[in-house]
Design a protein around this ligand. Structure first.
Ligand SMILES: NC(=O)c1ccc[n+]([C@@H]2O[C@H](COP(=O)([O-])OP(=O)(O)OC[C@H]3O[C@@H](n4cnc5c(N)ncnc54)[C@H](O)[C@@H]3O)[C@@H](O)[C@H]2O)c1
Length: 252
């Protein structure tokens, strides 16, 4: 049985990588999905792929989540298309790794604007239609990077730590409306974005350090999100679910 039949999900940064895996997973469970991406070509390709697979309906929406007005416009467009909103996934991020002292201001501003402000604007835009639907679910993409000190990742991990705090905060604030808020913390996942900051040696080192000796795929992250936003997880709110093959519990 499809667990998300009749539901609709707005997924940011879903033209590629983990967001694309999440969109495919939710569509397979019957949801209508908004493929929201700053890269319009990617959004169109992913939506076409989902439609061609006959796995639910996908609407591509070109939108920069750092632009609050554009996020509200995109949300309105999707909700008028589907008639309702049940799920928001805050997934979009911009990657750059460097020692904090060397980080150019423009890059720091962009990372925060996409990764943190984008999640705040999307949550603001999603809350009224989620309440109107009688409740729903929000997922924030955190990272296991929050549990470590990762070389050159001070800005990235600061943003992810903030998303964990946002998750706890909103899980309590929105509970009265039947809205559950959870975070997913993947370990290293091979995607275009992560590939821009991790080289082949880095991937190999991460695989070797992982107790399961394998890295999660984007589809495995998608499967976890599909569970968390479904009624099977009706009592789960405020958690950060790690999908990391055990990498964060390895002792010294
Ligand atoms: N890949 C990993 O190893 C990993 C691990 C832990 C957490 N995460 C998190 O998962 C999420 C997805 O990561 P990924 O590796 O798939 O990234 P990715 O860069 O491969 O894909 C991100 C997508 O977001 C889009 N995007 C970028 N800026 C945007 C903006 N301003 N507005 C709308 N869309 C925008 C990109 O065009 C791209 O399609 C991020 O939040 C990331 O921090 C990734």
């Amino acid at each position: 049985m499809q667990r998300l039949a009749g539901r609709s999900a707005f997924i940011t940064g879903s033209g590629a990588g983990i967001g694309r895996g999440i969109a495919r997973a939710l569509a397979r469970e019957g949801a209508s999905v908004a493929i929201v991406d700053v890269d319009e070509t990617r959004a169109r390709q992913t939506a076409a792929e989902i439609d061609a697979a006959g796995a639910g309906r996908a609407l591509p929406i070109a939108c920069d989540v750092a632009d609050r007005g554009a996020v509200f416009d995109a949300m309105q467009r999707f909700v008028s298309h589907t008639g309702r909103l049940d799920v928001l996934v805050n997934n979009a991020a911009y990657f750059h790794y460097a020692p904090l002292v060397d980080m150019p201001e423009a890059i720091v501003q962009k990372m925060i604007a996409v990764g943190l402000l984008g999640a705040l604007w999307s949550t603001q835009a999603a809350t009224p239609p989620l309440i109107a639907a009688g409740g729903g679910s929000i997922i924030n993409l955190s990272s296991v990077a929050v549990s470590f000190s990762i070389r050159n990742a001070a800005v990235y991990t600061s943003i992810k730590g903030a998303l964990d705090a946002l998750t706890r905060q909103q899980a309590v604030e929105l509970a009265a409306h039947g809205i559950r808020v959870n975070a997913i913390a993947p370990g290293p996942v091979e995607t275009p974005g992560a590939g821009s900051v991790i080289d082949a040696q880095g991937w190999q080192a991460r695989r070797a350090r992982t107790p399961l000796q394998r890295l999660a795929s984007v589809d495995e992250v998608g499967a976890a999100v599909a569970y968390l936003v479904s009624d099977d997880a009706a009592s789960i709110s405020g958690v950060t679910l790690k999908i990391d093959g055990g990498i964060t519990i390895v002792g010294p």
